[in-house]
Design a protein around this ligand. Structure first.
Ligand SMILES: Cc1cc2nc3c(=O)[nH]c(=O)nc-3n(C[C@H](O)[C@H](O)[C@H](O)COP(=O)(O)O)c2cc1C
Length: 346
């Protein structure tokens, strides 16, 4: 076993969970007298990586988005220089709680795909560890309550400490392999999310009537996906749906419009049904071709209607209508951000 003297942690984080894990690992490293550096993937200088990771154990940690790592993390791993370091890959997932049982999220191909890429660059993968931090996927469910958030932070802190002891003493840690079968089974959904799903979620965000045009969303976006158009924030297809903007907006003015996506779905399927009758029979009979055409129609309708919505949101009546068909608009839905240690340790 190799004793670890230096650790370099790279993280990407939307709402703070992955950053929290990175901070915990750096705390545990320091306790062991290991030299530790933390780098945010969103602002990392690629020209300095090789120097930074010299003789270092490398830890990469990121949230899971659509059963894979988000594009910003995958791009980072793809551009990572070649090397021979030992690497531990970690992901934060959508943890929830039933009684005292923490229900796990789904990793999908996040760890497998990035391991393959790094292996092809010469690295030795010595660990794959998922952490079920509080789910931040507010497009799907209301924010978890404060008690659950505190509990999940505590449980994950203890888990992180146990795993850190293993990897900092030079042992391998492949706890993620427990979920290997389910992770492989959901890989087609991961692909569909990467090719289509993430663009749909990106276009579900908008600024409501409460927006006072402070544009802190634009400044905070880790991938520069929000633009100022007609003095209002506008979400481009670059958006990774990390939902930092929605959770950090000081006016609570950023929502995800569920109703808008339903309207786009109905309209695009009506257009598709109309065209289907006019298409040659071989297309009608081919499932992949039908999927391709219906997806293309959906994306065009989505893009057009998002533009129209952005323009019409200036009008009070329309803005109120869109808000009322957005579940996140209602106060019970809440918002999520990872909490500092002094809050859950109380
Ligand atoms: C767009 C989106 C997609 C997500 N997809 C998954 C997923 O596939 N599996 C999962 O377990 N959690 C998923 N989550 C939940 C996050 O991965 C999880 O809450 C993570 O801890 C957030 O980390 P962060 O606070 O560092 O951004 C998703 C969250 C969002 C916003």
């Amino acid at each position: 076993m190799q004793t670890i003297q230096k650790v370099t942690i790279f993280y990407f984080s939307g709402t703070g969970n992955a950053r929290r894990i990175a901070l915990w690992f750096s705390e545990f490293a320091e306790k062991k007298g290991i030299d530790c550096q933390i780098q945010n993937i969103a602002s990392c200088d690629f020209s300095k990586i090789s120097m930074l990771i010299e003789n270092s154990l490398v830890l990469i940690i990121s949230p899971t988005h659509g059963f894979n790592f988000p594009k910003i993390t995958l791009d980072f791993i793809r551009r990572f220089p070649n090397g021979k370091n030992r690497v531990v890959l970690m992901n934060t997932r959508a943890g929830m709680k039933i009684g005292s049982y923490v229900t796990p999220g789904l990793t999908g191909i996040a760890l497998l795909l990035s391991s393959l890429i790094l292996k092809s660059k010469g690295y030795h993968i010595v660990g794959q560890i998922p952490f079920d931090m509080p789910s931040n996927w507010l497009s799907l469910h209301p924010a978890l309550n404060e008690k659950t958030v505190k509990y999940l932070h505590k449980v994950n802190y203890e888990r992180a400490e146990r795993h850190s002891q293993k990897i900092f003493s030079g042992e391998n840690d492949f706890i993620a392999y427990r979920d290997l079968i389910q992770d492989i089974l959901i890989s087609p959904i991961a692909l569909a999310y990467y090719l289509v799903g993430r663009f749909i979620i990106a276009k579900s965000f908008y600024a409501s009537l409460h927006c006072n045009a402070c544009f802190s969303c634009i400044r905070q976006c880790p991938v520069q996906a929000i633009q100022k158009i007609q003095e209002r924030p506008y979400w481009t297809f670059r958006c990774e749906s990390c939902i930092r903007c929605m959770n950090n907006c000081p006016q609570r003015a950023i929502d995800t419009s569920h109703g808008f996506i339903v309207i786009v779905s109905i309209l695009s399927s009506a257009i598709f049904s109309y065209f289907l009758q006019k298409l040659p029979l071989f297309i009608e009979k081919s499932l992949p071709l039908r999927w391709l055409i219906s997806t293309a129609i959906f994306m065009v309708v989505l893009w057009l209607l998002y533009h129209a919505q952005h323009y019409l949101l200036r009008y009070r009546v329309f803005a109120k209508f869109i808000s009322h068909i957005s579940l996140t608009f209602y106060s019970f839905w809440g918002r999520y951000k990872s909490i500092p240690d002094d809050q859950w340790k109380k």
